[in-house]
Structure formats: structure tokens, C-alpha cells
Design a protein. Structure first.
Length: 255
């Protein structure tokens, strides 16, 4: 079922916008050889792992993509899938840019925290850090950048509703691409705390997948000594107060 849309209202200040979450499921997964969203990590599919991690931070959740996104969403547990909507890409075979535009176009009152389905290592502390940057600045896109490059990472990142026109224009032009679009926007990108850099890692190949559980940013004991990890990981929102979870509990209570 396609998620219900909200009416357009551009008058509210951006810093007070609601924040929604979109998981982009697309691409042919040619390098992996099988749908990445359905790969398992810590007993869950990549998609479910990301939805569970993202849920406490946003007011609503949607999965964006074509038929593969619908199949992956049906494979998620009923509890996690509750109140998660589905949106089709606005243009077929147009890459992640089409997914971001689909989310922004769907709800003009929200800013969107967008993440790709092949990023199961995303940590709550990394999302809290990203949202903290978003609350402090006025930008079209709030993202992270890695130390080896100055280019902002497209996912996970927060796309403000002010970015829609520019993103849509790039989508309708050639060459089109999300990284090109980000260069044309007011994009704020900072280095994340080193402890969270794995949260910006994609799993693209069988080698990446086999190395997933071996790749550790730091050992558990070292994390206890890490100030950034304590600061952001201890400030995860209470999921019971999240609108998505409140609707799930109310639905369960009626059955």
C-alpha cells in the first residue's frame, strides 16, 4: 500500500519541520548477485535491521522502490512492518535520486532522513549525531563526509523540503545523479566521530558481505572509553514516545 501523502505547506520554519525516514530499495544488485535488502544481518534482513534502527528517530517510515522493495518489505516481521508505507520511485531505473525525490515529493511538510538498504551497520549514535547537525544548521542537505574525501555522502543524510526543486530539476536532466545534485545544493557536511564511520559503509559485493561481521570500528571495550560513543548512543529517543510506535501499540491493543 502506498503511504498516505500530506498536503503542501512551505510556511513552517525548516528547523521545526517533522522528520520522516525513507529506506531506498533499488538497483539490480548485480555485484552482489542477489537482492541486498533481503540479506541477513544479526538475525534480520538488511531492510528490517535498518527499519528497527531508524524507527525511534522519525515520525513515519517508508520504503521507496519498485517491485523488489515490495517483496523485501513483505519479508519483514509484522511488528516491524506495522505502519511502514511504500512509495514507488518517481522515475524507473533512475538511481537513488529518484527515491529521494519520491519521498520529498510525497510529503512537502517533512524533511527526510534517507538511507540506502545496503547499510545495515548504521548505529543509533550515528543517527543522533546526524540529527544534531541538522538541528543546528539551515541547509538543504545535512550529510557526513569521510576523511579521505571532501564530497558529502548521500546516505544516510537528511534532505530538507527546500531541496526538492533542485533535485527534481537534476532528475529531469542529463546527466542525472544524486551526487551531482548535492553539488548544486546548500549542503552541510561534517566529519562524523570516528567511532561511527562504519555507519556510512555500503555492502555491495559478496566480499563486503563476508567481511561485515569482521569489520569493527573499535572493540567493545574501547567503545566504553569513547566519549563520542557515550554521548550519542546514550541519547537515543525513547521509542515508546515515537508516533510510529504509538500507532503500532494502539493497533496491537485492538486485537
Amino acid at each position: 500500500m502506498i503511504a498516505p501523502a500530506c498536503p503542501q505547506n512551505d510556511s513552517a520554519p525548516r528547523h521545526h519541520s517533522r522528520l520522516s525516514g525513507a529506506v531506498l530499495v533499488g538497483g539490480a544488485s548485480r555485484r552482489m548477485g542477489r537482492p541486498k535488502a533481503q540479506l541477513l544481518h544479526q538475525g534480520r534482513s538488511f531492510l528490517e535491521q535498518i527499519l528497527v534502527t531508524l524507527r525511534p528517530f522519525v515520525e513515519r517510515l517508508v520504503v521507496v522502490g519498485g517491485a523488489s522493495a515490495q517483496v523485501a518489505l513483505r519479508g519483514v516481521s509484522p511488528e516491524t512492518r506495522a505502519n511502514v508505507g511504500w512509495l514507488p520511485d518517481v522515475v524507473d531505473q533512475a538511481g537513488p535520486l529518484a527515491g529521494v525525490v519520491a519521498a520529498l515529493q510525497h510529503d512537502h511538510e517533512c524533511d527526510w532522513l534517507c538511507i540506502a538498504c545496503d547499510m545495515p551497520s548504521i548505529e543509533p549514535g550515528a543517527l543522533r549525531w546526524l540529527i544534531d547537525q541538522y538541528r543546528r544548521v539551515d541547509a538543504d542537505v545535512v550529510a557526513a563526509r569521510m576523511e579521505e574525501t571532501t564530497a558529502p555522502e548521500p546516505f544516510p543524510a537528511i534532505y530538507a523540503r527546500t531541496a526538492l526543486t533542485s533535485l527534481r530539476n537534476v532528475l529531469l536532466s542529463q546527466p542525472r545523479g544524486l551526487r551531482r545534485a548535492m553539488r548544486e545544493l546548500n549542503c552541510f557536511a561534517q566529519l562524523p566521530p570516528v567511532i561511527f564511520t562504519n555507519s556510512w559503509s555500503n555492502i555491495n559485493t559478496p566480499h563486503d558481505y563476508s567481511a561485515l561481521h569482521k569489520a569493527m570500528q573499535c572493540h567493545t571495550g574501547e567503545r566504553d572509553e569513547c566519549q563520542a560513543h557515550r554521548k550519542y548512543s546514550n541519547s537515543v529517543p525513547d521509542s515508546s514516545d515515537n508516533p510510529v510506535n504509538r500507532r503500532t501499540k494502539q493497533r496491537s491493543a485492538r486485537h
